[in-house]
Design a protein around this ligand. Sequence first.
Ligand code: G3P
Length: 216
Amino acid sequence: MKFFVDTAEIADIKELADTGLLDGVTTNPSLIAKSGRDFMEVTKEICEIVDGPVSAEVVALDHAGMMREAEILRKIADNVCIKVPLTVDGLKTCKALTSDGTMVNVTLCFSANQALLAAKAGASFISPFIGRHDDNGFDGIQLIEDIRVIYDNYAFETEILAASIRHPIHLLQCAKIGADVATMPPKVILSLFKHVLTDKGIEGFLADWAKTGQSI
Ligand code: G3P
């Protein structure tokens, strides 16, 4: 399972990249706004830190506008993955870009049928939003399960990029289903390392080690 971090904060991306466990980055217009940084500049910086796909989202709503923006964004670096919304124009853009060898992440997916359309449009990644699905009274994890079944039925190569992951249990459930990628905020990735018994165990071992009077 690949781990992407869902942020445009350079310090957080560097910290996670240093662990060697980071496979990519996803951003969106809200995360860019939160960073307070220039979109082009911060995306370039992220692409230099991480070798894997870095999603940069278009904001045009029409196909021609999306193509024009994608043209600008894909020049930033080879690992830029163009993010388009799951609309008719978004999928037209997806088809055109992937036919040309550009990575595309289709975002704002809230149904398995939408995911089927994205796969047919040749998407590199489909981003179902689990947390936002749950927030609205739907079952975000069921959505991931349904997409897994459909993609496996037809051997689609589109990778399921579970997004809007809010806590470690979401991640655990996605991993059990076989989502290809999980994109998570930095705090969720860091929380995966933690267990109270690990901390307690270290404390106990160190206390006993001190009693031996030895050093390594
Ligand atoms: O990048 C899209 C997605 O991960 C957003 O998550 O928590 O704002 O629903 P959230």
